[in-house]
Design a protein around this ligand. Structure first.
Ligand code: BEZ
Ligand code: FE
Length: 281
């Protein structure tokens, strides 16, 4: 006869049942997950209806996912979980390396290779022309020639090309650039604008029900890499943007905020230095 279960006794029984998990890392993760999940339900005294609402929310989140929409990542992003994972895994790089931030759902691999100073604007929607440029160095300030910058951003309408097939050309506002012999890069583009994350699904509903907005501060995404160095996935934020202090996915870091200022010809310039840490291997 099984013993009558108590709240705490049940948690211990489930954790003990998982003791047979052959993979030790999987055992550690699932046992810890059970402990935290049980503790959460006990802390808030979760009711039957609330449990069911949670199941229905997660079901709707899965049903919202397809080839181009990943509602679970959006959920992770808006709960600060993606940024937490980023901090756990990438805070130990040398202090002088460029800080990472989340990848987001709109990265598309194999962007066109573009030359130094070339524009990545393939569709004119009235965006404000800007030059995004700077130097890529190691953490001692030595310029890195031939570093790869994979860059993507939204248009003046707020949308990424991947969100508007048939409207924007597929490669609009994205490109791969290389640094020159002085470690410099230069990209002609448009000033990014704040935009709402996709909010027509369960994650948007949760944001509204918790009194939050769905906006991201204006940014350009950059993945920088060079063999022998730790790659970094990061952003550059516009200092004049709204939402820097309330970015809905918690992606803003002070060191990634830059000015967009008019150059001698009146065109906006955003200068951003990137530093890569040498990799161990
Ligand atoms: C983005 O920056 O592209 C992004 C990040 C998280 C959620 C939605 C969009
Ligand atoms: Fe973005």
């Amino acid at each position: 006869m099984p013993e009558p279960m108590s709240e705490d006794g049940l948690t211990d029984v489930v954790v003990a049942r998982l003791e047979a998990t052959p993979d030790p890392r999987l055992r550690e993760i699932v046992q810890s997950l059970v402990r935290h999940l049980h503790a959460f339900a006990k802390e808030v005294r979760l009711t039957d209806d609330e449990w069911l609402a949670g199941i229905q929310f997660l079901t709707a989140t899965g049903q919202m996912c397809d080839e181009t929409r990943q509602e679970f990542i959006l959920l992770s992003d808006t709960l600060g979980f993606s940024s937490l994972i980023d901090l756990i895994n990438h805070s130990d790089v040398e202090a002088l390396a460029t800080e990472p931030t989340i990848l987001g759902p709109f990265y598309v691999p194999d962007s066109p290779e573009r030359g130094f100073g070339e524009s990545m604007v393939e569709y004119d929607d009235g965006g404000e022309t800007a030059v995004f440029r700077g130097v890529v160095t190691d953490t001692e300030g030595n310029p890195l020639e031939g570093a790869l910058l994979d860059v993507w951003q939204n248009a003046a309408t707020g949308f990424y090309a991947v969100q508007q097939p048939g409207v924007q050309p597929a490669t609009n506002l994205r490109g791969r650039y290389r640094t020159d012999a002085n470690g410099r890069y230069e990209i002609r583009t448009v000033r990014p604008v704040p935009y709402p994350i996709p909010a027509d699904g369960p994650v948007g509903r949760l944001l509204r029900e918790t009194g939050r907005h769905e906006w991201r501060a204006a940014h350009i995404h950059v993945k920088a890499s060079k063999p022998g160095y730790e790659p970094v996935t990061s952003h550059v934020f516009d200092r004049e943007s709204r939402y820097l202090d309330s970015d809905t996915v918690f992606g803003v870091k002070d060191s990634l905020i830059e000015d967009f200022v008019p150059g001698p010809d009146g065109v906006l310039v955003c200068e951003h230095a990137i530093a890569l840490a040498r990799s161990d291997g």
